[in-house]
Design a protein around this ligand. Structure first.
Ligand code: ACM
Length: 736
């Protein structure tokens, strides 16, 4: 986004810019009206726009054309209704971003001429959709040439990111872009079972997905906590399994159409045979363990009995109805986390296994998976399942959604399964964007638990076969080209145990935007600093065009401290919530409340990222950063008494100790800038405690047994940067 400081000069042509203008005028659209007068409208500024995902090829001259907010569209071939609506959305977003400048600019600058051409695409809204496009913004307007309708949507998303605004009004950066995705499947997964999400909330996420060129919404619609769709074929499911929170069929059709308008496919998930508690509330006779324990501690555990013909009949009827509501070719049947004891404690299931020669529950699950695959095949659907389904041989038609360890990418592609990579992109682990950003879908050793973590799990009594499934395999070599060809793409899942409707926008975005870049942009686009530079702009852009994260977080913050929310926000700006499901433990320990400060705190603090980059520049010799660093440190230090004053409510009082730690750390940073680098014993202990929590940030093994928690479940995330100022090193792994 444009800053107030941007310069506006006329006629400042550079060699680079003239080169781009030459390219622009060569664009393959007929009837271009060349006009010298248009050239005089070009301004120039030092910054380049923040595009995300980064296109395959993008050239910027630093110039821009003024934008009055008016757009005149000409189509080389007749637009479909979907494309007409897409352009209407573009214009409304463009106006929201650029402001209404028409009264000031319209006379001087006529409407932006947007010329669009596109090819037909019989594969629209499929994994084979034509998504490439070229986009040129030049003195005569904008030319968008797309292979198919999806390319038009993507080109408009990029054009939206080329819009800026400064003291002179709206503008569009001059650019010459050629672009196509690296992967065809670029998704996010939203869990509506643990917390139900309103239709309008889901629609906002789809607006943001469109802006980030994400094209699959994996919609998790049933789990232990609830089944979330009106069923007319099995009305007892709606009645008993939803606790009144579900999407009506009309709402589902509306969501599917809303998605399709944005080039998004909704792939529903109805998880069987595990995670079946909601089904069992309506059909207890299908349970593997009968009678069903309605007060079961872990609602994920109850499973269907896979040996009953009635179970298959139930799945057939459910999937037929849901499969017609969700028209996509793919259907996610779950298949994850069947607890073996659900099956082995039922003598009839054990007898079935014996009779059929199944030695393990994995083999029994493979038998069930094969039957479900046949059911879906008959219904013209392609089955997807989480990677547990690949632990015993199954048909290679089944798509494997890899989640536990990236090593399943290697085994599943070797067995010729199409693969979706979710391992490494779990947003509910509350990791920063940088961590997800650097996980590549082609890297089979990218994700999984370390040997040390595996040992901790075993010590805790976790089943060895489960520990092995999660274990990272760093010995795996790169995938062959053939294996790579089986990877459809990836998804960023967000399980919603700790995500309410109000929190969804801020827990998904902007981190999902960094993941979107990983799935779209060339493999070599991996500069974390540049990603964060663009991510902050993209987040601001999304606030205007799509999501309500800032509005919602502000409301949550005001609820915590109605008279003065500022100290809450200042503390939040230097902290992050506990990572790797340790926050789940904290919340459970605090009576499962989701109304504390931790719910308002982002896993990524742009202030902390900014502070970290100032520190790095300072240590590299750039002393101009001192005043900004001082200002930030002073604000964090001074916040402590203010926070103490307002921290009377139960949602804030637990965070007092973290506020104190922040003040000590910020104070030490200020001293370091004055060349006083000695720490008292107490201060050193605070640094060490915060550092230990941050450096064990991805240690999932610690979550299950945690009994002591930092105040508010928060960690002071500026600690490693202040430690650098003190001249000592932190245990926190540096971003690569
Ligand atoms: C999963 O996260 N249980 C697929």
């Amino acid at each position: 986004m444009a800053s107030d400081k941007m310069k506006f000069r006329k006629y400042p042509f550079t060699k680079k810019m003239l080169l781009i203008l030459a390219v622009c005028s060569g664009a393959n659209i007929a009837h271009s009206e060349s006009s010298l007068q248009n050239l005089s409208n070009i301004g120039i500024q030092d910054e380049s726009p923040a595009l995300m995902p980064m296109p395959v090829s993008a050239q910027f001259s630093g110039g821009f054309i003024p934008f009055s907010g008016k757009v005149a569209v000409s189509w080389e071939n007749a637009p479909t209704l979907v494309l007409k609506k897409a352009v209407a959305r573009f214009i409304s977003r463009a106006n929201a971003l650029a402001g209404d400048n028409s009264s000031r600019q319209e006379k001087r600058h006529p409407a932006l001429h947007l010329r669009i051409s596109y090819g037909k695409d019989p594969d629209w809204l499929s994994v084979h959709a034509k998504e490439s496009y070229t986009l040129t913004s030049g003195p005569e307007g904008v030319v968008l040439t797309a292979a198919g309708p999806a390319g038009v949507l993507h080109g408009l998303a990029t054009l939206t990111q080329l819009i800026g605004h400064d003291a002179q009004g709206g503008k569009i950066f001059l650019a010459n872009i050629s672009d196509a995705p690296r992967f065809a499947w670029r998704g996010i997964m939203i869990d509506t079972s643990r917390h139900f999400m309103d239709v309008s909330t889901i629609k906002r996420q789809m607006d943001a997905m469109e802006m980030l060129k994400l094209n699959v919404l994996h919609f998790h619609l049933s789990d232990g906590a609830g089944f979330r769709v009106e069923s007319r074929v099995l009305p007892e499911l709606t009645e008993k399994g939803t606790n009144g929170q579900y999407y009506t069929q009309e709402q589902v059709r509306d969501l599917v159409a809303y998605a399709a308008d944005r080039g998004i496919r909704i792939v529903p998930e109805f998880d069987v045979p595990g995670h079946a508690m909601a089904f069992l509330l309506a059909h207890p006779e299908l349970a593997a363990r009968r009678p069903v324990d309605l007060n079961v501690k872990n609602k994920n555990n109850p499973a269907l009995d896979p040996t009953l013909p009635e179970t298959l009949e139930f799945v057939t009827r459910l999937y037929a109805e849901m499969g017609s509501l969700f028209p996509d070719a793919y259907f996610h049947a779950g298949g994850d986390e069947v607890s073996p004891s659900e099956w082995t404690k039922n003598p009839e299931i054990v007898a079935f296994m014996k009779k059929n020669g199944f030695e393990t529950t994995q083999e029994l699950q493979a038998d069930f998976t094969a039957k479900v695959q046949k059911i879906l095949e008959k219904q013209n659907k392609i089955m997807i399942g989480w990677d547990e389904i690949s632990e015993a041989p199954i048909s290679s038609n089944v798509v494997v959604d890899v989640w536990r360890s990236s090593k399943f990418i290697s085994s599943a592609t070797a067995a010729h399964h199409p693969v979706i990579v979710s391992a490494g992109y779990y947003l509910d682990l509350l990791q920063p964007s940088s961590q997800y950003y650097l996980v590549d879908p082609f890297d089979p050793s990218a994700n999984g638990i370390t040997e040390q973590q595996a040992a901790a799990w075993l010590k805790k009594g976790t089943r060895p076969s489960l520990v092995n499934a999660f274990r990272k395999d760093t010995t795996l070599g790169p995938l062959t080209e053939e294996q790579k060809s089986y990877i459809l793409g990836g998804e960023a899942p967000l399980w919603s145990e700790l995500v309410t409707d109000e929190m969804l926008d801020a827990r998904l975005w902007p981190r999902a935007a960094a993941v979107a870049e990983r799935f779209w942009s060339p493999e070599g686009v991996r500069d974390v600093g540049d990603m964060y530079r663009r991510l902050e702009s993209i987040d601001q852009n999304l606030q205007v065009t799509a999501i309500d994260s800032k509005i919602n977080v502000k409301r949550m913050t005001k609820r915590l401290s109605p008279a003065n929310p500022d100290p809450v926000m200042v503390l939040a700006s230097a902290t992050v919530p506990l990572r790797s499901y340790k926050m789940n433990r904290y919340v459970a320990h605090h009576g499962n409340r989701l109304d504390e400060i931790g719910e308002t705190v982002s896993p990524d603090s742009f202030s902390a990222v900014r502070f970290g980059s100032l520190v790095d520049r300072y240590l590299a010799g750039d002393k101009s950063t001192v005043s900004e660093m001082r200002k930030m440190l002073q604000e964090w230090k001074d916040n402590d008494p203010a926070f103490l004053k307002i921290a009377t409510s139960s949602g804030l009082s637990d965070a007092v100790s973290t506020s104190h730690d922040l003040a000590v750390i910020a104070g030490a940073g200020l001293d370091a800038l004055d060349d006083q680098k000695d720490l008292s014993k107490d201060s050193q202990a605070i640094f060490d405690r915060q550092d230990a929590m941050l450096s064990s940030g991805d240690d999932v093994s610690g979550a299950g047994t945690m009994t002591e928690f930092p105040g508010g479940g928060l960690i002071v995330v500026i600690e490693p940067s202040v430690r650098k100022l003190l001249g000592s090193s932190s245990g926190v792994p540096a971003a690569k």
